[in-house]
Design a binder for this molecule. Structure first.
Ligand SMILES: *Cc1c(COP(=O)(O)O)cnc(C)c1O
Length: 373
């Protein structure tokens, strides 16, 4: 059988190992050191935030963001609905209550119209908004930022999937008061596992460092007045990140080329690639499509997924919306009328978007899909 074609896997270049070796050679095999410092500086500079704190996971960066936003018992947090559970789970860690906000069709992210309805419905009770940029496509940031400002609510950006994507020339992960990125194994750059908290508020970043190193008070003995966490990134892992950061733009270009080849390759088929706004530049982390309504009864996404799986090719259903998850069955879901998330979930598919996939391999994937229609 042919070599497996993956959705998205790590791509290493060599510099990563040199930074890791440096950590070993200098004996900084600890959750602090030069690699951590430099990786934080590098990501903060790239994204355009004043400061950053490297974490053991993107989920942990989001947890810190929710904590810093002051979310507590019973507080409402308006959240992306079509996203990965890690976007919204940290709200529960802090005893907040998620309210899921419907997606729109132009970016698949939070619909500003539904967001406004949710703000009105929960007036005075909303502590934060957690906004994901699904598959690396920037949301309608102007409208969403304006609404957050109008209602005086903190915006948290989950840029886990969208590192290097821009909206009107500005990086995602720089719009929120608190922001998170991820370096999990499948993301556009990876440290095997890891994440980063980003903010222009340097005091907030200091607090995150405090909470993520067990909240130790200033005393010679171990003294604690607050609950802490062990969330700091290892200096070994940060070495991988420093090496990867050198190749972030290149990864984005390769991802974009994959998206464009799919777009061209599917011309004439009743499918539509995941859309984005003209004023934005996605990082094209995952290429996806939806099968058009008039064809989906004939060729549904599951049929395509299974046909690809037969050829050892990985595809994946669209992330199942949070309001459809058993875990969140008791949470409210606010929509502006249309069932966008459910519809995209039913008609959509994530396609192999691994940057090591050759053009020939991708042509083969396209050919298999064409053959089904
Ligand atoms: C991957 C991901 C996360 C979590 O990041 P980890 O580093 O895996 O903890 C959060 N949100 C979204 C949208 C993600 O895709």
């Amino acid at each position: 059988m042919a070599e497996r074609i993956w959705l998205s896997t790590p791509t290493m270049h060599g510099e990563e190992q040199e930074y890791v070796k440096e950590a070993f050679d200098t004996n900084w095999v600890a959750p602090l050191g030069k690699n951590v410092d430099e990786f934080e500086k590098g990501i903060a500079q790239y994204v355009g935030c004043k400061a950053a704190a490297a974490m053991t996971a993107g989920t942990h960066a989001l947890h810190m963001a929710v904590k810093l936003a002051g979310v507590g018992e019973g507080d409402i947090v308006l959240c992306s609905d079509m996203t990965f559970a890690a976007t919204v789970n940290p709200v529960t860690y802090e005893n907040g209550v998620q309210v899921f906000v419907e997606s729109e069709r132009e970016t698949w992210n939070i619909d500003p119209k539904a967001l406004e309805i949710a703000f009105e419905k929960y007036k005075g009770k909303v502590k934060a908004v957690v906004l994901a940029h699904l598959y690396g496509t920037p949301a309608k940031l102007d409208e969403i930022c304006d609404l957050c400002e109008k209602y005086g609510v903190i915006l948290i950006e989950d840029a886990a999937e969208s590192l290097a994507a821009t909206y009107k020339g500005r990086q995602t992960g720089s719009f929120g008061k608190y922001n998170a990125v991820s370096f999990n194994g499948n993301k556009i750059i990876t440290t095997s596992g890891g994440g980063m908290f980003l903010s222009d508020d340097e005091e907030a970043v200091k607090k995150v460092r405090f909470y993520s190193t067990q909240a130790r008070d200033a005393a010679p003995h171990y003294q604690h007045s607050e609950i802490g966490y062990n969330y700091r990134m290892s200096n070994v892992v940060a070495g991988i990140g420093r090496g990867q950061l050198l190749h972030l733009d290149e990864h984005k270009e390769l991802k974009k080329a994959i998206y464009m080849r799919y777009k061209k390759g599917f011309e004439g088929l009743p499918v539509t690639m995941n859309p984005y706004l003209d004023c934005s530049e996605p990082n094209f982390w995952l290429s996806c499509f939806t099968v058009d309504e008039d064809a989906v009864n004939r060729v549904n996404p599951e049929k395509i997924r299974l046909a690809l799986a037969d050829e050892n090719i990985e595809a994946r259903p669209i992330w199942k919306p949070m309001h459809m998850q058993p875990l969140y069955a008791d949470r409210d879901f606010v929509t502006a009328g249309d069932n966008v998330g459910e519809d995209i979930f039913e008609r959509g598919l994530c396609l192999p978007s691994d940057i090591k996939m050759t053009e020939e391999q991708q042509e083969w994937v396209i050919g298999i899909i064409r053959g089904l229609f």
